[in-house]
Write a protein that binds this ligand. Structure first.
Ligand code: ARG
Length: 462
């Protein structure tokens, strides 16, 4: 620090702040493994094409091994004044092995270097996320299976008003479908970002006889990127990952919210395991679902990351600009947030205690079976709109009298419409309503069982 010229009276103060402001080391240290790998592969390529001697390559690889040991042992002399992880590793290499270390950066720039590191890092991070996602998807499938026997039924809601009864297993599998698509989005993103920027150099390629196919292959990329400006200047791969993380977190926030709601005294459908809740310091009766609330809230942070990076990229001229250094913090934070949320849910879901009786009562109440009666009339030839009207009147009457649907007698039904007959009465039982919905993707036990069989196969649980 202090070696740059800011000029005039502000030489000391602003310079220190500027260096700090400029440095990415505090967060790009996370890329050290990828940077080391890239250094090794780049050095081997330089030797292949005759830009390094055998001895120079040997010295470089040895120096890089030592750097790895130092980092792992926690003795590596990180220096923030060297700005970033790339300069730190390179400077240390020169300290350790002298002049050959200075040849490593031949035919490369930090611009292609950082883009390469980040893509390598994301490939690993996505693989880790897919494992965490798989654990949650398995938990959802297990819970769906567990609650088929005995059958757990709860009200399905629209507008948060009790609408029609559904199986708890069907509800679990709804989230399973969402999370399965989330996994698909991450796989797609990983597939698309699997190309190597290395060798694009600063922005225009290089006059050195490098072999980009060699480095791409050795780094495990599908191919080298085809345009050097694009290779160093684009971050849509990071935006795509963030978009996938955002959608994934939105799904987790909905799941968390439903569990929070269902665990209230008012709903009373489920109890959150103690290990994932806290008491209140002042109100002894309380059990707060903190972890679920945080998952719900942290989806905001991941959306924030997506918005932040989108704004950085918007209107940015080609190719590399320092603005792009701002890609890392949102990305790293969003990855960790999503990963931790997934891990917590995988641990929490099996510990939920579902209160079958309460859910059953709620599904029977609230006139959630009114549709059955309307369907009944429609099946007997009454236009559905009219049937809807007839049953609406009936429900209004019951509401006024404060009586539940299952109180209805055959006489009362007949008084409302002559098409009502004896077979209408069993429709007022929950089981009947559930079993009738056998349409593909519906909530009838046999439909749910069929999907469950496939889902088990998809997550390797069969
Ligand atoms: N720390 C920088 C970043 O993360 C590395 C690339 C710097 N390149 C440059 N020309 N200053 O983007």
């Amino acid at each position: 620090m202090g070696h740059r010229t800011w000029g005039g009276r502000f030489a000391e103060g602003p310079d220190r702040l500027a260096a700090q402001f400029n440095a990415s080391l505090p967060f790009d240290r996370a890329l050290w493994r990828e940077d080391l790998l890239q250094n090794r592969v780049h050095a081997r390529m330089l030797k292949e094409v005759g830009l390094l001697t055998e001895e120079e390559l040997g010295a470089i690889l040895q120096g890089l091994d030592q750097i790895q040991q130092e980092i792992e042992a926690g003795t590596f002399p990180w220096r923030e004044e060297l700005e970033d992880v790339h300069m730190n590793l390179e400077a240390r290499l020169m300290e350790l092995i002298g002049p050959p270390g200075g040849k490593l950066h031949t035919a490369r720039s930090r611009n292609d270097q950082v883009a390469t590191d980040l893509r390598l890092f994301l490939k690993g991070a996505i693989t880790e996320l897919l494992e965490a996602l798989l654990a949650v998807r398995r938990a959802l499938v297990r819970e769906a299976e567990k609650h088929l026997e005995p059958l757990h039924v709860l009200p399905g809601y629209t507008h948060l008003q009790r609408a029609q009864p559904v199986l708890l297993s069907h509800w679990f599998l709804a989230y399973y479908e969402m999370l399965t698509r989330d996994a698909g989005r991450l796989r797609d993103a990983r597939e698309r970002l699997d190309e190597s920027p290395l060798g694009a150099a600063a922005l225009a390629g290089t006059g050195f006889p490098i072999d980009r196919h060699f480095t791409a292959k050795e780094l495990g990329f599908r191919a080298p990127m085809r345009n050097s400006l694009d290779a160093v200047g684009s971050r849509d791969f990071a935006l795509e990952v963030l978009s996938a993380l955002n959608i994934g977190m939105l799904h987790l926030s909905r799941l968390a919210e439903e569990l929070i709601l269902y665990s209230t005294e008012e709903f009373g459908f489920v109890e959150v395991p103690d290990a994932f809740a806290t008491g209140s310091s002042i109100m002894p009766q309380k059990k707060n679902p903190d972890i679920l609330e945080l998952i719900r809230a942290k989806s905001g942070r991941v959306l924030g990351a997506l918005v932040a990076l989108s704004t950085v990229v918007k209107g940015l001229p080609l190719a590399y600009n320092k603005d792009l250094q701002e890609d890392k913090e949102p990305l790293l934070d969003a990855l960790a947030t999503y990963r931790d949320s997934l891990r917590l849910l995988a641990a929490l879901l099996p510990g939920l205690r579902w209160r079958r009786e309460r859910m059953w009562q709620a599904a029977e109440g609230g006139y959630a079976l009114a549709t059955e009666l309307a369907d009944y009339l429609a099946e007997r030839g009454l236009p559905f709109r009219e049937a809807h009207h007839v049953v609406g009147r009936l429900v209004r009457r019951l509401l006024e009298e404060g009586r539940p649907l299952k109180d209805l007698t055959l006489e009362e039904l007949k008084a409302h419409h002559p098409l009502f007959g004896e077979e209408a009465l069993p429709l007022l039982r929950l089981e009947t309503a559930i079993h009738r919905r056998r349409s593909f993707g519906g909530t009838a036990p046999e439909a749910v069982r069929e999907r469950l069989r496939e889902a088990k196969r998809e997550v390797g649980l069969d």
